[in-house]
Design a protein around this ligand. Structure first.
Ligand SMILES: N[C@@H](CCC[C@H](N)C(=O)O)C(=O)O
Length: 285
């Protein structure tokens, strides 16, 4: 077993990719936490594990740095698509990937020196039904509802794009505020599966700026599923058009939404490093 890894990022949202058939250890909660730790491991916003699929060309599991599992990840899917193309698992530029949050179609739209650079992912449908997100809300859709924290209230809007999101519209974005309250919102009893949190500011009918607090990861520089979630909410409220740019601290993603709320996301991915996990790290997992 080689224990080969690749580390890449999508706009500063970084993932380690592993192949289930190329690792000699069990990816337990403790192992995930250690590998994602910046001091004891490689450090990352999560692990992408290549697994077999009967329904798609490839299968993907997405593991958060706290050891929990996510249903979907936008940057994770683009990073995984680059890994598949660059490492010749797929010679086609279009292929399907099965995630626990649904089947997606990925397309390499731009290459650089034979490696994938810009990737488009068909992320599936935005779902606004409270029960399906899930969010404990009396109304069928959780839009403009009040979330009570201990010393603060927020007006929230919830959506699932395969994984659950809570979007809070703001006139001004404050990094300190999302870092202070992100975890409390993520763990609020209204959200039985916890939730990803975004603060969002409308810049124009075609641009929105966001800050992100990710379930199981905390503050991140970018998030693909968060971008899709925010785009769905602001478009549903009629605050923007359905083709828009989402600006994050790490960069910009392009989102397109059709009349049935199907989402397409396009953006760059860059490889950081590849190598072999040390036997000394594996012995401590
Ligand atoms: N960074 C991701 C989202 C990863 C999953 C998330 N932490 C969750 O638990 O749902 C993205 O780019 O979408």
């Amino acid at each position: 077993m080689q224990n080969f890894f690749v580390k890449s990022h999508g706009l500063g949202n970084d993932y380690i990719v592993l192949n289930q058939y190329e690792i000699s250890f069990e990816l337990t909660k403790k192992a995930i936490q250690k590998i994602c730790d910046v001091h004891y491991g490689i450090g990352s916003d999560g692990i992408l594990l290549k697994v077999p699929s009967f329904n798609a060309n490839f299968g993907l599991r997405i593991l958060n740095p706290d050891g929990s599992e996510a249903e979907k990840s936008g940057n994770g899917l683009r990073i995984f698509a680059k890994y598949l193309f660059d490492n010749k698992f797929s010679r086609d530029k279009m292929f399907t990937i099965e995630t626990p949050g649904g089947l997606v179609r990925a397309e390499i739209v731009e290459e650089e020196n034979g490696k994938a650079k810009t990737i488009k992912v068909d992320m599936g449908k935005a779902i606004f039904n409270s029960k399906k997100i899930p969010v404990d809300c009396e109304n069928e859709e959780c839009l403009d509802e009040t979330l009570n924290l201990e010393y603060k209230d927020y007006t929230i809007n919830c959506v699932s794009v395969g994984n659950p999101h809570c979007v809070i519209l703001k006139d001004e974005l404050d990094e300190k505020e999302i870092k202070e309250f992100g975890s409390q919102i993520e763990h609020h009893p209204m959200f039985p599966n916890r939730i990803n949190v975004q603060f969002a500011k409308i810049i124009s009918p075609t641009q929105v700026e966001i800050l992100i607090w990710e379930r199981g990861a905390g503050w991140t520089l970018a998030s693909g599923s968060s971008s899709c979630a925010v785009a769905s909410i602001v478009a549903k409220k009629g605050l923007t058009e359905k083709k828009l740019e989402v600006k994050m601290p790490g960069g910009i993603l392009k989102i397109e939404i059709d009349d049935l709320w199907n989402l397409k996301m396009t953006g760059e991915v860059r490889e950081i490093a590849s190598g072999i996990l040390s036997n000394e790290l594996i012995a401590d997992l």
